[in-house]
Design a protein around this ligand. Structure first.
Ligand code: MTE
Length: 314
């Protein structure tokens, strides 16, 4: 096994919000007092209670920028099935049932299947990749994800010659997920990529972050990470991956087509109707910084859109 997967993990193993806040104020106190003993500890040792992952190889993509603290990346989240406030997903995290977990891979593939998470991950060595993430609400983070390229998984199921798009679906479980009882979006949460975007080596399926399995609020047990697109493309808690001939329907595009395009490439020149997209607030920094085209990944992905008008296809 390339890593330790703990099927018995429950949310009781994850830090409840109250304890997290207590720890945070303890830490802040310690920092103010300059308590060396506390500062010597890795932040993950202090805050993360999800199982550690082992045998992770260093990813091909690295970033020479300070990482967002784990406590921010895991407590300031968007996961509407678990509530619409930024701290709701942490407070409701235990409502997401992640065991057992299956993922269906179907549509335009020669070898469709319904696999357990363990089977799906077995042949894929895990890597750590530090990516910039940019949310459409104009904040950003730098997160060390642990996962593997989506393209490696798709090839295993042999896409047919008709396959041009990939559609993803999140777990549908309204009895447990409080947000799915409300008409915030049409459920289940759905996202999609063009096949060449899905096969780009930057696109990964993540099972962990900061050296450990994903906290529920960050999309356990399996989520997409597409670092050159706005965060809403990075769908969480995936249960279905479908290869298609035609462009799939996506939740945010369906909800507000003038605000959320299918492509959603980070583009400082195309504003969201309600927000300026030319600048962003990196979580933990005071001043806003300029947003980079394709979130700084232009060298790796701009060629995918060489013939497209990216103002029209936003
Ligand atoms: N996936 C699901 N299933 N439900 C969601 O509400 N929110 C999206 C995306 N994936 C969302 C989702 C949005 S809007 C963002 S910005 C990112 O997840 C946030 O990922 P993070 O909370 O891990 O930073």
């Amino acid at each position: 096994m390339p890593f330790r997967w703990n099927p018995d993990l429950t949310h009781n193993d994850v830090t409840p919000e109250k304890r997290f806040k207590e720890r945070r104020s303890l830490m802040q106190g310690a920092i103010v007092l300059g308590a060396g003993a506390v500062l010597d500890l890795e932040p993950t040792e202090l805050f993360a209670d999800t199982p550690a992952l082992s045998n992770i190889r260093q990813g091909v993509v690295t970033l020479d920028e300070p990482q967002t603290p784990f406590e921010d990346a895991s407590n300031y989240t968007n996961f509407y099935e678990l509530g619409s406030g930024k701290s709701d997903p942490t407070a409701n995290a235990q409502r997401l049932q992640t065991t057992p977990w299956h993922v269906v891979i179907d549509g335009e593939v020669n070898r469709p299947g319904r696999l357990t998470l363990e089977d799906l991950l077995k042949p894929h060595p895990l890597e750590e990749r530090v990516y910039r993430m940019r949310c459409v609400e104009a904040w950003s983070m730098v997160i060390p994800w642990i996962g593997f390229p989506l393209g490696e998984l798709l090839k295993r199921f042999e896409p047919t010659s008709k396959a041009r798009f990939v559609a993803f679906e999140t777990l549908q479980d309204p009895a447990n997920l409080p947000g799915q009882k409300l008409p915030i979006l049409e459920w289940p949460y759905r996202e999609g990529l063009r096949l060449d975007e899905a096969l780009n080596p930057l696109t990964i399926l993540a099972v962990g972050m900061y050296g450990r399995t994903l906290p529920n609020q960050n999309g356990a047990p399996l989520r997409l990470v597409v670092p050159w697109k706005y965060g809403f493309k990075s769908i969480k808690s995936i249960v279905r991956i479908t290869l298609l001939a035609d462009q799939p329907v996506t939740s945010w595009n369906l909800h507000a087509p003038k605000e959320y395009g299918f492509y959603a490439n980070v583009n400082p020149e195309v504003n969201h109707p309600r927000w300026d997209q030319s600048r962003e607030r990196r979580i933990g920094e005071f001043l806003r910084r300029k947003t980079l085209p394709f979130n700084g990944y232009g060298e790796q992905v701009a060629h995918l859109y060489a013939d497209m008008d990216l103002i029209r296809w936003f």
